[in-house]
Every structure is written in C-alpha cells, then in structure tokens.
Write a protein that binds this ligand. Structure first.
Ligand code: ATP
Ligand code: MG
Length: 419
C-alpha cells in the first residue's frame, strides 16, 4: 500500500498554490507599507514557552499541542501559534536595544491537534503581525486599519471586524470574581468542560460553542461594563481612531480570546460563509507578555490570519496559474536541438518558456501548447532552421509572423517588458 500524508495536514498543490502566493505577496506588500519587517522563527520551541504564555488552562495547552521529547530529553512543542515564539526571539536577541519600536510579521505553519474538518486542520498556516513598544490607542487602531485593508486588497468577501476590551490586571480580577459568582449559580446548565474550568478560566465559558453554555451566559456580566478608568479611556480612544480612519467594526462584549496573555483591545475578523469555523483572523493587545517571558516591561499588540480559511473563501483556483510567454515547437532533430538551446537561453533571461522534450508530432506539441495556455508558439522546421527563420504564432490574436531566430530574444524581451 502506498504511503499517504498525515490526517489534518494538507498538501497545497499547483493550481491552488497561486491563491496562497497571492495572499502571501499581498501581505508582504501591505505590511511593508505599514512599516513591518519579516521575522522567521523555528517551528518547534521548548514546551515551557507555550505553557507560560498561552496559559495552562487554555484549550491549546490543555488539548491541542503536539508535544514530544527529543532524543536529548528536551520537551519540545510544534508551535501552535506565532506570538510566543516571536516574543521569545525578540527577548533573546534584545531587539528593543536596536529600536524601541518593533513592527514584525511572520508567515508559516502552525500545529494543533484538533479534530480535522472544513477550515480546521492539524497543520495550518498563519500570517501574523506584532507591534512591540507602543501602548498608544492609535497603534491599536492602525493595526486594525492594516488588517481591514489587507482583507480589502485580497478581495476576501463578507468579513466583519468585532472588537472588545478584556481589561487589565487592575480590573480583570474583580470582573472575574463576578463572572465566577454568576456561573456558580448556573453550574448545572454548563457543559462538563465549563463545569471543570469555570473557576480556573471563567472567561473561556463565554467562548464555549456548546449551545447550552451560550444560552446560560447571555446575561452574564461583561468585561466592558467593568473596565477601570484607564482601560475605559483606552478603549474609547481606540474606537474614536477607528472612526476617524473609517474602519468598520462592531463591539462584541462577549468576545473573549482563547489565549491568556491578552489585555485591553481584542478583536476577531469573522465571516458568515464558513459555518462554525467563522473566525478568519484574531488578535489583541498583550501588555504583560514580554515581561512574563523574562523580557523588559514593553507593551505589544498583534494578530494572526488563518490562511486556509481565506483560501476556502476565495474558492479553489481563484487565481489563474501563470501562462508561459512562449512554447517552442520543432520539426526534426536539428530544429529540436536548436529549440532546446533557445529554450534554456530564454529561461536564463527570466522569460517563462516551455517545449516538448520527447520528440512528439507537431500536432501533439501544439496540443500541449494549448493545454498550458502558452501566449505564443514558435515553430521551427528543418528548412526554416537552415534559413535562420521561424514562425511566431500569437495564440490570443490568431496571427502569425515570420521572425529571424537571431532577433527572437530581443523581440520577446521588448514585447514582455513593454506589456
Ligand atoms: P477557533 O475559534 O476557530 O478555534 P482560535 O481562536 O483557536 O480559532 P486563533 O488561535 O486566534 O484561533 O488563531 C487565529 C486564526 O488562525 C483563526 O482565526 C483561524 O483563522 C486560524 N486557525 C486557528 N486554528 C486553526 C486550525 N486548526 N485550522 C485552520 N485554521 C486555524
Ligand atoms: Mg481553536
């Protein structure tokens, strides 16, 4: 029996990859314009990093991590998200000493042991961005403006931005107690998971997808009504700046995030078109995280976009594959050899060119040119070769010209660069 891939870990094949490349290129372009630079960190980290940052009682750490002991006895985990590794690298390399403000982005695979289904996989990909060193609400608004702009330029349909504030270590404990009190009185209506975690992580109950839990918590106290003066003012300013930047959003007081490190502004981009997997991007402020990981006292904010869900929304093969500029068709061995040299010469110049390698009939060669949608076909016959000539056929215009083989390179370069 042949070997297949691992469940929940997908191949991205030619035909679909163009959509992915489009999403990645657009991210580089948009994030670049907003002043972000790429950072690449390993796919595996010491397990402790994720336990300490994401939180021991979160779904990710409790249930979803790919953790194993390597041959040297170190407990390693395949990264379930990007923020903790990026902060680890930031602290380790003292990036704050180079520049008090860091704007970083990453693109790459993440790993979570979840039940695979549409829009939920075990290896999935995120594009994420982080700003370290600024707690001004203007940066919260700008991060959201950039995220919204990215969704606009990639032409992702039907997404909306929801925002909330999760308060700070000053105001959240009081709210947490009030929420625990509320849940305690309704314990029998909660699912088994929530009954277990309502004291250790009561905010997670608000995010539970079980219908019973959703219903019980409709009237639960909201963090937004319990913010301290500082958090309240911060949130108001974020909203004011979003209005000024004309970024559409709705306030969702029930939105909590599944990672413990968030403070103040949190947000999600949601869609109506992916069923239960409705979050396409999510993030928030994490002002205590860098200090908790042993770094300096610096604020941070960031988000991660789920690429599989975006690709699903754009639809398969939504971005057309590139078309070869030229297909070289030949008749006879001498012409084939001349064509093969020409092929390599043009490819070295950076011009996408194809030919048939195995001496097929002219008809079969033209069929292949058609199949791969070559823009032009160059036909070199024996007699023509002796005269140094060839026929150049423009496939979209059904027109054909006789051209000198020697001038083909410059002719093509001119046509392609001038296009
Ligand atoms: P969900 O509620 O759908 O489980 P999440 O809150 O766990 O999402 P985050 O940790 O905030 O997700 O990750 C940010 C984004 O990454 C999500 O909005 C989603 O688009 C994507 N994502 C998260 N987990 C997966 C997964 N298992 N497969 C595919 N995409 C995912
Ligand atoms: Mg999840």
């Amino acid at each position: 029996m042949s070997i297949t891939g691992i469940k929940g870990m997908n191949d991205i094949l030619p035909g679909d990859i163009e959509t992915w490349q489009h999403l990645e290129e657009q991210a580089r372009k948009v994030f670049g314009a907003f002043g972000y630079r790429e950072i690449r960190v390993p796919v595996a980290e010491k397990t402790e990093l994720f336990c300490r940052s994401i939180g021991e009682t979160t779904d990710i750490v409790e249930k979803e991590m790919y953790t194993f002991t390597d041959k040297g006895g170190t407990s390693m985990t395949l990264r379930p998200e990007g923020t903790a590794p990026v902060m680890r690298a930031f602290i380790q390399h003292k990036l704050h000493a180079l520049d008090p403000i860091s704007k970083l982005y990453y693109i790459g695979p993440m790993f979570r042991h979840e039940r695979p289904q549409k829009g939920r996989y075990r290896q999935f990909h995120q594009i994420g961005a982080e700003v370290i060193g600024i707690d001004d609400p203007k940066i919260d608004a700008q991060v959201l403006a950039m995220l919204s702009h990215y969704f606009m330029t990639t032409k992702i349909p039907d997404v909306s931005l929801q925002i909330n504030s999760l308060g700070c270590p000053g105001c959240r404990p009081t709210y947490r107690e009030a929420l625990i009190d509320f849940l305690e009185q309704r314990l029998s209506c909660l699912c088994a998971d929530c009954q277990r975690r309502y004291t250790s992580n009561p905010l997670r109950v608000l995010d539970c997808k079980v219908p019973g839990c959703k219903e019980v918590t409709i009237d639960a106290p909201a963090m937004l009504d319990n913010l301290c003066i500082g958090c309240e003012a911060h949130f108001t300013q974020v909203k004011n700046h979003l209005d000024a930047l004309e970024v559409d959003y709705t306030v969702n007081p029930r939105m909590v995030r599944g990672l413990d490190y968030y403070t103040r502004t949190t947000f999600e981009m949601v869609t109506g078109s992916l069923g239960a997997q409705n979050a396409v991007a999510a993030g928030g402020r994490y002002d205590g995280l860098i200090r908790d990981l042993g770094g300096p006292e610096l604020p941070g904010i960031g988000f991660a976009i789920g690429l599989e869900r975006l690709a699903l929304m754009l639809g398969e093969q939504s971005v057309l594959p590139p078309r070869p500029e030229l297909f070289i068709a030949t008749l006879g061995e001498a012409a084939t050899n001349a064509g093969f040299s020409m092929l390599t010469r043009l490819q070295r110049r950076g011009i996408p060119v194809e030919m048939e390698y195995t001496g097929k009939s002219l008809k079969a060669q033209l069929r292949r040119a058609d199949k791969i949608k070559a823009k032009r076909v160059l036909i070199i016959g024996e007699d023509e070769l002796q005269r140094g000539m060839s026929q150049l056929r423009y496939m979209d215009e059904s027109r054909q010209e006789e051209v000198e083989l020697d001038s083909l390179e410059s002719l093509l370069s001119k046509e392609i660069d001038g296009a």
